[in-house]
Ligand binder design. Structure first.
Ligand SMILES: NC(=O)c1ccc[n+]([C@@H]2O[C@H](COP(=O)([O-])OP(=O)(O)OC[C@H]3O[C@@H](n4cnc5c(N)ncnc54)[C@H](OP(=O)(O)O)[C@@H]3O)[C@@H](O)[C@H]2O)c1
Length: 273
């Protein structure tokens, strides 16, 4: 029987690619996101698509009920959906920070808890959490996103320790810059829209320009899908992976050889702080 893989945030970017990739590899794929109509081309490829707002527990419960009824219980959960909030840590609005944590962390925990019992009962499962380099490194103006990814890192590593004995493996993928829509609503802001960033406004505006350039030069999302597939097909997947894989050695070496104060100073200097 085909294994059932749920991919959250599958209406764009990395999630879209993972859904298509796993479908080609003959998994039974469930693609979830808020914009159901956007996933129509995935549906045409035979993928089961469903509306799910991961920031809304009721929406998650309703979607899960339909998935179990129509497709079956989830063997592989790919927690990919995320939103982005940026800005100076000293000024970021609390409501925005809370929303980001709801979508990027709390809902992910909730969804995982709901999928684990089936995986534990059948003594096989994979939970693959899409983290980020932002879950390893600190750079200015990225504190909301980065702190939720840091939380995801420690939660996932702990969960792995706890569920391994039930045959469930938990892994994190930390992509570098990958082409997607994640910065689209952030990079093109007017001066008025950036006014809330106060004394950081000029340096923040330059940071956004640099981000837009990096994003445009990002890797193909397939570099993440390949790692997802490697994790699913490995008997003993590691806790953490970098994508694209050819960046892994350089990142690991940098962390090993560079003290955290030095890493943070370099992060700040990169953006003129
Ligand atoms: N792109 C990069 O350079 C990069 C680097 C490191 C890590 N990542 C991580 O990779 C993952 C995918 O990001 P991406 O770059 O592919 O972003 P993206 O192109 O913006 O796609 C994000 C996906 O998440 C969904 N989403 C957002 N809010 C949601 C909500 N409340 N409920 C359900 N779905 C929601 C969106 O669908 P709807 O709007 O239709 O709901 C969309 O399908 C994220 O975890 C991100 O942190 C990306």
């Amino acid at each position: 029987m085909k294994k059932i893989a749920l991919v959250t945030g599958a209406s764009a970017g990395i999630g879209w690619d993972i859904a298509e990739y796993l479908n080609r590899k003959d998994f039974s794929v469930v693609a979830a996101a808020r914009r159901l109509e956007r996933m129509h081309p995935l549906k045409e490829q035979g993928i089961y698509t469903i509306a799910m707002d991961v920031g809304d527990l009721k929406s998650v419960d309703a979607a899960l009920e339909c998935i179990v009824r129509d497709v079956g219980a989830i063997d592989i959960l790919i927690n990919n959906a995320a939103t982005k909030v940026m800005g100076p840590a000293a000024l970021v609005p609390m409501a925005d920070l809370r929303y980001l944590f709801d979508v990027n962390f709390f809902s992910l925990v909730d969804l995982t808890q709901k999928c684990l019992p089936h995986m534990q009962a059948q003594a096989w499962g994979r939970v693959i959490n899409i983290s980020s380099m932002g879950g390893l490194f600190c750079t200015p103006f990225n504190s909301p996103y980065s702190s939720a990814k840091f939380a995801l890192e420690s939660w996932s590593r702990t969960l792995k320790q706890e569920v391994k004995k039930f045959g469930v493996e938990v892994s994190l993928i930390r992509p570098g810059s990958v082409k997607s829509e994640i910065f689209d609503n952030i990079v093109n802001q007017t001066k008025e829209e950036l006014a809330w960033t106060g004394e950081w406004q000029d340096v923040y505006a330059n940071f956004l320009k640099a981000m837009a350039k990096t994003q445009a030069e990002g890797a193909d999302p397939v570099c993440v899908s390949e790692v997802v597939h490697e994790i699913i097909t490995s008997d003993s997947p590691r806790v953490g992976y970098i994508a694209p894989v050819d960046q892994e050695q350089r990142v690991v070496q940098y962390i090993r050889e560079t003290a955290e104060d030095e890493r943070d100073s370099r992060g700040a200097a990169m953006f003129g702080l």
